[in-house]
Design a protein around this ligand. Structure first.
Ligand SMILES: *[C@@H]1O[C@H](CO)[C@@H](O)[C@H](O)[C@H]1NC(C)=O
Ligand SMILES: *[C@@H]1O[C@H](CO)[C@@H](O)[C@H](O)[C@H]1NC(C)=O
Ligand SMILES: *[C@@H]1O[C@H](CO)[C@@H](O)[C@H](O)[C@H]1NC(C)=O
Length: 748
């Protein structure tokens, strides 16, 4: 049968048949051969490479020096494989790995579900601009209401023309309005009618809500201060400070050495020379002796009358005392009586701003503050070179924040730290001082009402560490050694009544001015600066204070680290803290002081894609921040997702219509641009506590480290804490001996 069929095929058909069979075979073979290749390669995105990051965070800050090619095997470290079209795969934390990005990208063809898009850097859309009412609606409503009230009050006063001083000031300053707190309607008839028209027109031609710039007044009239009064407070304070500090210099008093990590005379047990101690003691005592009393209006007026000199400094238009913000009722002091010097008044928040690096966290935390419902007025202090653009200043005023300038000469010539100067010069009598990177979880106003504050007038918070001050401090400050605090202090938040702690604060300022000596006496190599001076100043002045009895906690994240690195390594979890947690007078969490790495503007386009949450775990006890703080079920929580809100405020700042001009202005001032404006939120700094512990530090941080300290840690810590210093001292003494008995070339 077959043969019959074949016979019927023509030659042409036969040729086609013969050619086709191998073609089909080859085709089929080809498919078969391609089969595994296709499974592996086709469809998957092209590989671009291994992108390394540090801090064990897969999308953390980039570490390009550890990048690898697609074909190279990735064996350790955190990072991700980047494939074409911004697709990432194999986002891994640190530890031992074994893969090639080439394969990982290719496998996406088989299992596309593991692909994750690399977060997009922030782009500002048309609806992204800054809108205060959207971020803090309750505050916006409050402000709107009180703005109307304040404006009504101002216009009432303006229309009745009852404030001659204000009118005169308006004439002199071309419209700056003095918001007098002391106005007696009895003088209204004396005002010049034409003046009242002037006043009305200047009111309506200046900024609609308030007066910007140096003549700023509060929209809701709580403070009622003006540029003139404020500058008088400054000069009054500087007069006092210059006089008493100039008279009580330190002369040639010396400390043995500067304290660094490997050379610390206090820990070695060396002592200061007696004559240096006595000199310092005499200077401190002299300062306290010479310091005039707290400058309230009545006292300084009397002082001015007696001295007759201060009057020359104040000009005539304040001669009726109308610009006193002391809240005193010196209505009777008209032109004939001596001028009432300004004093401090009211309660408020003081914060220090600065260039982009400081303004960014301050901006965020001011919104967080308003979100808590806090209505205290705020003063934000800037070194004059870092003062923001008018648009930023205006946005801050909308938040109830007055921007204030610290003259460069005040800081440089007088050697003042910005923080102390701001505290001292702020117009408030009762101050909640906050670092710009300190976020409040709840409205802090209750602190002023707390029993702790009412009875002491000062709330201070401890640092992680035990006392670092030299024992000589007790003698220098003329206090009993038993009064020396066991711990160290942190100045990221302080509540201080300047009236009750005037002497302590000025002494703290003094210790800052002579920081080269006092910082060394009070702190070892970490955290030198103002942080201890407030507590020690108050101690020396014999003032009482409350120090939070709750040890500071820490917020951060838990990552996996593997050691030793390599294939057979063992991995363990590790807590990395980046934020100090302090507790209110009620013992509940209140402050998130994000002091390891400040907030910046390197933002992904979306909070949900690519933002690395830095607030995940609350130590001690490894609790979830989302549950304890955001959940709202526990007392002391914020009740909302604070970190997401932080993202929203940062985004609004970055996308504000005025941001670009502000940024350009900063660059013009030669400010180093922030790490990067665009990218993902990096997190390069953290604290493990273990390193400090092993280096011999002692303090309240045993519960904060995770995993807990081991026997090995304890041994290392003991060695660094004690014997190392004994040996150093021994070595030093031996050197001295060798110097005496040995020839020069054998000495150390
Ligand atoms: C990938 O991301 C970069 C910036 O990260 C962006 O410029 C680029 O447009 C993105 N490409 C695609 C295809 O999305
Ligand atoms: C001054 O204000 C009063 C209202 O207090 C008004 O009646 C008067 O017309 C004003 N004078 C001028 C010149 O505008
Ligand atoms: C030190 O304090 C005591 C009282 O505690 C006081 O009598 C003495 O005068 C003080 N010394 C100096 C130098 O101020």
């Amino acid at each position: 049968m077959m043969a019959v069929r074949l016979k019927r095929l023509s030659l042409r058909q036969g040729l086609i048949f013969i050619l086709c069979i191998p073609t089909i075979c080859i085709f089929l073979l080809g498919i078969r051969q391609q089969w595994p290749e296709k499974m592996k390669w086709s469809g998957g995105p092209k590989c671009i490479g291994w992108k390394a990051t540090f801090a064990c965070i897969p999308l953390g800050p980039r570490e390009p020096s550890s990048d690898k090619t697609c074909a190279a095997e990735v064996r350790e470290g955190a990072g991700y494989c980047l494939c074409e079209d911004n697709i990432t795969v194999a986002r891994v934390s640190c530890g031992a790995h074994r893969f090639r990005c080439q394969e990982k990208c290719a496998q996406l063809a088989v299992d596309p579900s593991v692909a994750q898009v690399l977060p997009k850097p922030l782009t500002c859309g048309p609806y992204d601009g800054y809108n205060m009412a959207r971020l803090v609606p309750a505050w916006a409503a409050y402000r709107a209401e009180h703005w109307v009230e304040a404006r009504g009050e101002r216009q009432r006063r303006v229309l009745s023309g009852d404030d001659r001083a204000a009118a005169a000031a308006a004439d002199d300053d071309g419209g700056a309005i003095v918001d007098s707190t002391v106005s007696s309607s009895s003088s209204s008839q004396s005002s010049n009618p034409s003046n009242n028209r002037t006043r009305i027109s200047t009111t309506s031609t200046t900024s609609p809500m308030y007066h910007r710039g140096s003549g700023a007044t509060w929209p809701w009239g709580e403070l009622g201060s003006d540029a003139d009064t404020l500058s008088k407070i400054s000069s009054l304070i500087w007069d006092i400070v210059d006089k008493v500090m100039g008279r009580n210099g330190l002369g040639d008093a010396r400390i043995p050495d500067n304290r660094i990590d490997k050379n610390d005379w206090v820990r070695e047990g060396r002592r200061m020379r007696t004559r240096d101690v006595e000199k310092l003691k005499a200077s401190v005592a002299g300062l306290l002796r010479d310091l005039p009393p707290y400058p309230n209006a009545a006292a300084t007026a009397a002082a001015a009358a007696a001295a007759g000199t201060a009057a020359g400094a104040t000009d005539a238009r304040n001669a009726d005392g109308s610009s006193s913000i002391s809240g005193s009722t010196s209505t009777s002091s008209r032109s004939s009586s001596p001028p009432a010097a300004p004093g401090f008044s009211g309660r408020g928040v003081v914060m220090v701003g600065g260039g982009l690096h400081y303004l960014t966290p301050a901006w965020t935390n001011l919104h967080v503050l308003r979100r808590t419902g806090c209505r205290l007025p705020v003063e934000l202090w800037f070194p004059v070179d870092e003062f923001p653009t008018p648009a930023v200043e205006e946005a801050l005023l909308g938040l109830g924040v007055m921007s204030r300038r610290l003259a460069a000469r005040d800081l440089a010539q007088r050697g003042f730290g910005v923080k102390v100067a701001a505290l001292l010069l702020s117009s408030f009598q009762e101050v909640l001082f906050l670092d710009s990177d300190n976020a409040l979880l709840r409205d802090p106003t209750y602190l002023f009402e707390s029993e702790a504050y009412v009875s002491t007038g000062a709330l201070l918070w401890p640092d992680y560490w035990d006392r670092t001050a030299a024992p000589e401090v007790a003698r220098i400050l003329n206090i009993s050694a038993s009064l020396l605090p066991a711990g160290s202090f942190e100045s990221g938040q302080m509540v201080i009544d300047k009236a009750r702690h005037w002497r302590g604060i000025v002494l703290a300022a003094y210790m800052n001015v002579y920081g080269a000596v006092f910082s060394e006496l009070l702190s070892c190599y970490i955290g030198k600066g103002d942080k201890e001076t407030f507590a020690y100043g108050m101690l020396a002045a014999g003032e009482t204070m409350w120090v939070s009895p709750v040890k500071p906690g820490s917020v951060g994240l838990v990552t996996v680290v593997c050691s030793p690195r390599g294939r057979g390594s063992k991995c363990r979890e590790q807590f990395l803290g980046n934020t100090m947690v302090q507790y209110g007078t009620d013992g509940l969490p209140l402050f998130f002081h994000a002091n390891y790495h400040k907030w910046d503007l390197a933002l992904p386009d979306s909070f949900d894609k690519g933002w690395n949450r830095r607030w995940q775990v609350l130590q001690p006890n490894r609790r979830s921040v989302a549950e304890v703080i955001y959940g709202g079920s526990e007392a002391g929580g914020a009740g909302y997702d604070v970190e997401r809100f932080v993202y929203d405020t940062l985004r609004a700042f970055r996308c504000a219509s005025w941001f670009d001009s502000y940024h350009a202005d900063r660059l013009r001032m030669n400010e180093t641009p922030a790490a990067s404006l665009d990218g993902f939120h990096p997190l390069p700094d953290y604290i493990t506590f273990r390193d400090f512990y092993r280096y011999g530090w002692t303090g309240n941080f045993e519960d904060l480290a995770h995993p807990p300290f081991s026997l090995g840690d304890r041994l290392v810590s003991w060695y660094y804490g004690k014997p190392r210093w004994w040996f150093r001292r021994l070595n030093r003494n031996l050197c001295r001996l060798r110097k005496r008995v040995l020839p020069r070339w054998l000495r150390c």
